[in-house]
Write a protein that binds this ligand. Structure first.
Ligand SMILES: *Cc1c(COP(=O)(O)O)cnc(C)c1O
Length: 367
């Protein structure tokens, strides 16, 4: 395989976030950009209280409810501030006496650091090594305090590439999950959770928006006086996420993504594709001596696949050549090094095929 025959791909964006959106969504947004549905106006400058934006907002919520089978007694909030904002918002609304946080990587640690500012946090350090591979400690070995308000975990650790294969069985109904990097990639049972939150920029839409799904009884918690209005779930819910001006354009784009997922066949179809994409890349990596992934297969993320080269001095060359072939943002997180390919819902199979073809050719030239 020569360099030139590898360079005909459209650019594929393997960034961990902000990540690629479906091409069809981009095209639709472009089409509607200056004239939404014959109004002659852009969604960008609709009043958030006008009927046009309200119809966009309501459809986005209805589609998300349908996709995730969100029961009536859960509210859906469209918030600004990203997932990190929720690291503080969750304890402010839910932490009264003690909360349990499961640490499976960098995002979990950040959530722990933030929650610890507001109350008593009991940490389960759940990452372990098994035969040199990273895995998640079995929940039967988690040491839980006698009583706690909620158990927080990160369904997919975007940086380490570690994903819970299923929802933990402990504390069902009292789970709080950061689903930023794998929301809408598989069916889940919302009723296992008190709160689900996700920053939008991986599987939903542009950065800055986050989605919060919160069970109604949680809204009855009294919140401390100091909690900013915009961080009170109850107030946000009472105002349909429009206590202040919401991130309207991001909300609209998220709605286009939800609609696209529905058209593709819903979350079950997203799960099928995620499985297909990730198993193609993992099996290529496992069959090569040149590339490796540090995680035990049961806990490997379907969304973010870190890998290292046997000869790390080739990293820069790998990234430079990949980029020149249209394979973008493969550099690993600065805390991990190596490479990382993020394969979110919007990544077509052809993107993974292109990556594998490139990796194979790179190995042949450099091994
Ligand atoms: C990206 C990410 C975040 C941070 O999101 P921000 O919008 O930058 O605050 C938090 N948690 C996980 C799991 C993520 O992947």
């Amino acid at each position: 395989m020569t360099q030139s025959s590898l360079s005909n791909w459209p650019p594929y964006n393997f960034s961990a976030g902000p990540a690629m959106l479906p091409k069809a969504v981009m095209d639709k947004a472009q089409q509607e950009f200056t004239d939404w549905h014959g109004t002659g106006l852009s969604v960008m400058d609709f009043s958030h209280r006008g009927k046009d934006f309200l119809s966009i907002a309501e459809k986005a919520e209805a589609d998300l409810r349908e996709l995730m089978a969100i029961p009536e007694h859960y509210k859906v909030l469209f918030c600004s501030g990203g997932a990190s904002f929720q690291f503080a918002t969750v304890p402010m609304n839910l932490l009264r006496n003690k909360a349990v946080y499961v640490d499976t990587g960098i995002w979990g640690k950040k959530a722990i650091a933030e929650a610890s500012k507001y109350g008593d946090v009991s940490v389960i350090s759940a990452l372990e090594q098994e035969n040199g591979l990273t895995s998640i400690q079995s929940e039967s070995r988690w040491r839980l305090p006698d009583s706690f308000d909620y158990l927080h975990f990160t369904t997919n650790e975007t940086i380490g590439g570690i994903e819970f294969p299923e929802t933990p069985g402990v504390a069902k109904g009292r789970l709080v999950a950061d689903m930023s990097s794998n929301i809408l990639s598989q069916p889940i049972n919302v009723e296992d959770f008190s709160v689900i939150y996700a920053g939008a920029q991986k599987n939903i839409g542009p950065a800055g928006l986050s989605i919060v799904i919160v069970r109604e009884d949680v809204l009855e918690n009294s919140v401390p006086e100091y909690v900013p209005s915009l961080m009170q779930y109850k107030l946000m819910a009472e105002n349909d996420s429009m206590y202040n001006t919401p991130p309207t354009y991001s909300w609209y784009l998220a709605g286009l993504v939800f609609d696209w997922i529905k058209q593709q066949g819903g979350v079950a179809e997203m799960a099928k594709r995620a499985e297909q994409r990730s198993s193609m890349l993992y099996s290529f990596i496992d069959n090569s001596r040149f590339y490796s992934n540090p995680n035990l297969s049961k806990f490997r993320s379907r969304m973010n696949i870190p890998f290292i080269l046997a000869d790390e001095s080739l990293n820069e060359k790998f990234l430079f050549e990949a980029e020149s072939c249209g394979l973008c943002y493969l550099k690993g997180h600065r805390s991990v090094g190596g490479m990382r390919a993020s394969l979110y819902n919007a990544m077509p199979i052809a993107g993974v095929e292109a990556l594998i073809e490139f990796m194979q050719a790179f190995e042949q030239r450099n091994a």
